[in-house]
Design a protein around this ligand. Structure first.
Ligand code: ASN
Length: 338
């Protein structure tokens, strides 16, 4: 399924300037037909995802905004700390720990979850980073990466297909020709991804995350969304399950979009025992003492689970064919632009 690279216009400094004034004057641009079309498509995506997940027996839960702890594995972005009745709380960088808790109540849960990540200012020109964004986060009890990836294939198909059917005018207005993805998306391993990138001259650390620029490049080689599986454990947060058969590998995957749009989702199977989590925390350098209720909950026991989160603005950006992601948020917060 690896194809010839598809050339795509790079973000010019002109576009970067547009981002600054776009964010500053959002109260004006939000009234334009273009902004309306994007927001209508986004609404359609949410409706389709809700409809699909509800039909698969999922329950929607309201996502937390702040808490004593959040996801520490956020690729070098900073967290926002807020005072909360004499304690310091953090804004959610992802609701991973909380969705494991919700899944202990009901075996299939999802949320449209607000996340804040203080990405480096330089990422304002990547076209795909927001400092505030929404993930469609889901978690399923007693399942595997294979099963959640298959669910992800269907979810993405349903979202794109419903926009294809219901938002023809908007797509035309945005000049976007949208192709339906295959029912089963291609999967490559992390090692295979690194090999493709090595052939392209990228000399990457086999123990670290793939940097966004390399992911962007890789995504130019595909004409459909695709999964990367089998990440090295050194590149991922403590909540991903180490593969017993292959020490050094976690049961974790990313979903990448084609045409240079890059990563849209991360997920995997979870560590769910105190022993497993604290062992992983020792490796990642996280302090179990900081994770009070989370560790207590694991001590009482929760089911094994798997899940993922999809960036809603990134999905909108791809479906609408938008150069910079700021346009895909009604109230955009772009790294480096206060
Ligand atoms: N949402 C991701 C997951 O389900 C976690 C993340 O965003 N870092 O694994």
């Amino acid at each position: 399924m690896v194809l010839e690279p598809i050339p795509r216009r790079r973000l010019s400094s002109e576009v970067a300037k547009d981002v600054e004034s776009g964010v500053r004057f959002r109260y004006r641009s939000i009234r334009t037909p273009r902004a309306r079309a994007i927001l209508q498509v986004q609404h359609q995506i949410s409706r389709a995802c809700r409809r699909f997940l509800d039909s698969k027996g999922f329950m929607e839960v309201l996502a937390p905004i702040i808490g004593p702890v959040t996801d520490p594995g956020i690729r070098g972005a900073g967290t926002v700390v807020v005072p909360f009745y004499g304690k310091m709380y953090v804004l959610m960088t992802s609701m991973i720990l909380y969705k494991q808790m919700a899944m202990a109540s009901y075996p299939r849960v999802y949320s449209f979850s607000p996340n804040v990540r203080l990405e480096p200012s330089a990422s304002k020109s990547t076209g795909r980073h927001l400092a505030e964004f929404y993930q469609l986060d889901l978690e399923m009890a007693n399942t595997s990466c294979d099963e959640v990836m298959a669910l992800g294939d269907r979810l993405l198909y349903e979202a794109i297909n419903s926009v294809h059917k219901e938002c023809k005018t908007q797509l035309e207005q945005l000049g976007r020709t949208l192709h339906l993805p295959p029912r089963h998306l291609p999967r490559i391993t992390f090692t295979e991804a690194l090999k493709i990138l090595a052939d392209e001259g990228f000399d990457l650390d086999p123990k670290a995350e793939i940097p966004w620029i390399a992911e962007h490049h890789l995504s130019l080689f595909f004409n459909t969304p695709f999964w990367i599986t089998d990440y090295p454990y050194t590149s991922r947060g403590f909540f991903y399950l180490v593969d017993d058969d292959r020490p050094g590998v976690v049961r974790s995957m990313d979903l990448l979009l084609p045409e240079g749009y890059g990563e849209i989702s991360s997920g995997g199977e979870r560590e769910y025992t105190v022993e497993g989590v604290t062992r992983r925390m020792r490796e990642t350098g996280d302090d179990p003492q900081k994770y009070g209720w989370y560790i207590d909950m694991l001590e009482e026991g929760i089911p094994p689970s798997a899940g993922f989160g999809i960036g809603m603005e990134r999905l909108t950006r791809y479906i609408c064919g938008i150069p910079h992601i700021w346009e895909c948020s009604p109230f955009p917060k772009v790294p480096g632009i206060p």
